[in-house]
Design a protein around this ligand. Sequence first.
Ligand SMILES: *[C@@H]1O[C@H](CO)[C@@H](O)[C@H](O)[C@H]1NC(C)=O
Ligand SMILES: *[C@@H]1O[C@H](CO)[C@@H](O)[C@H](O)[C@H]1NC(C)=O
Ligand SMILES: *[C@@H]1O[C@H](CO)[C@@H](O)[C@H](O)[C@H]1NC(C)=O
Ligand SMILES: *[C@@H]1O[C@H](CO)[C@@H](O)[C@H](O)[C@H]1NC(C)=O
Length: 503
Amino acid sequence: MAVVALPLLLLLLLGSSPTALVAVAADGEHEAAQFTVLDMTLLKPHDACSGHRVTPSQNGSWVPLYHPLGPCSPSFKGGAARAKPPSLADLLRQDQLRARHIHRMASGDFRVSKGSRKSPVWLEESQIHNKQRMGIDVKYGSQFSRQQVMHGPAAATDDDGGGGDGSSGESSPGVTQTVVLDTASDVPWINCVPCALAECPYYDPSRSTTYAAFPCNSTACKQLGRYANGCVNNQCQYRVNSTSGPTSSGTYGSDVLTLDSHNAITGFKFGCNNNDNNGDDSSGNNNGIMALGRGAQSLMAQASSTYGNAFSYCIPPRDSEKGFFRIGVPGGAPYMFVTTPMLTDRRSPSLYRAALVGISVAGERLNVPPEAFAASAVLDSRTALTRLPLTAYGALRAAFRDKMAAYRRAPATEEMDTCYNFTGVRFVKLPKVALVFDGNNAVVELDKYGILVGGGEDDHGCLAFTANSNDAAPAILGNVQQKTIEVLHDVADRNIGFRRLAC
Ligand SMILES: *[C@@H]1O[C@H](CO)[C@@H](O)[C@H](O)[C@H]1NC(C)=O
Ligand SMILES: *[C@@H]1O[C@H](CO)[C@@H](O)[C@H](O)[C@H]1NC(C)=O
Ligand SMILES: *[C@@H]1O[C@H](CO)[C@@H](O)[C@H](O)[C@H]1NC(C)=O
Ligand SMILES: *[C@@H]1O[C@H](CO)[C@@H](O)[C@H](O)[C@H]1NC(C)=O
């Protein structure tokens, strides 16, 4: 423990032989390889956006990625108007719904979950969802017959967006919409006018001269496959089942999608949601979903001829910092990604999967038999906590608790059973945790922000992993663990890549 080590070092300096000092130094190095120190005060909410810790390279195309409810969002309200941060327990209940959805998808079950329709949980706790999601601002449409309502200060992200060589996105008349990145869904959609809200911040297709609904016999409509939902007035209809039950549905059409001042996709296909019963996915400041799944309808599939079939993103360590979403393979730069093969399971072709084969804690590989990682892990941008097969989680928990024995344990919080009371502790010495994937030395060390969740009012912190109920269900690599790591989804080369300290 760093706080304890300091007086010890002083004692040695004052009264001991040079050999003892050498021993202490070597021990310190050893410790640095095994432990990382987290300043708990940095986990408290901040009212100011501090931007990017690391500015993404100008190569390729990227846009800022941020928490839609955090201070980096153009529509953030600070001070007293700041949305009350959700409790850890609330966040976890929502997260469990997402994990259940991913597990169902992984097993080839795409129906709406029983009992989750309009459950009071997701209406009341809509903000919690935003908390664990990451959004980007994009513009829909390019020419409107009458003034469209703009959402938020549209130019706010142009200071650091995209190619960033000065030309302002303000000149693009598209309607700015905040969309949540979803690597586990295929059909991009946004909320459209008409909508039920009094002040409707949504895109109005009837005013966009570049919008067209797909006729029912069009190729695009046929390509909807299992997302097809019939035909109304010869307009193609789509339907998507979202995370916790309610659906998004409406007309399937196309318009110009502007990512930044250098990158626009004409004829971008998306769903125009008119279903105000879509609950969790339209709450707060989110206007829709940017689907990045492997299906033929996703942004990736649509943009592959221009950008190559690849994207990456980096989730910032804190709400008050920005990450990025990049389309295409990062070019030029000395990008060193740790890579592992991208796997496919025919029951869930939309999902990105990779073979997780081991875990290490404080530099020591856990003793987990390979059978305990039978199913390939799913990478998800919207699940918060990483889910591990039961046996693997048990081994991780035991090793972690062992290394954290100096701290006071606290009661479990929902499914997280390894929690600590950090009252009076500012610097927490955490054992380093690394995930080992299949491939040549594919070891991904997690950031210090990717190990614990908590740090709220009650000084509570919990190991940000939970267990699946068995060893057969796939692990889910959640977004807490992905923090600060650029996660590359290179469909063209069939690789998943990880680059540390990218944001
Ligand atoms: C959505 O859920 C409904 C009802 O469970 C189901 O019939 C339908 O096939 C699902 N749609 C998709 C695209 O999976
Ligand atoms: C679709 O239907 C329209 C009119 O109903 C027809 O003119 C057109 O040729 C059809 N297109 C295709 C691709 O079948
Ligand atoms: C951008 O790409 C070019 C060529 O592809 C390369 O020469 C340059 O070093 C790259 N710059 C950065 C900052 O990555
Ligand atoms: C955490 O520990 C402090 C100091 O021992 C104690 O006062 C406090 O009640 C504990 N908090 C919880 C939630 O147990």
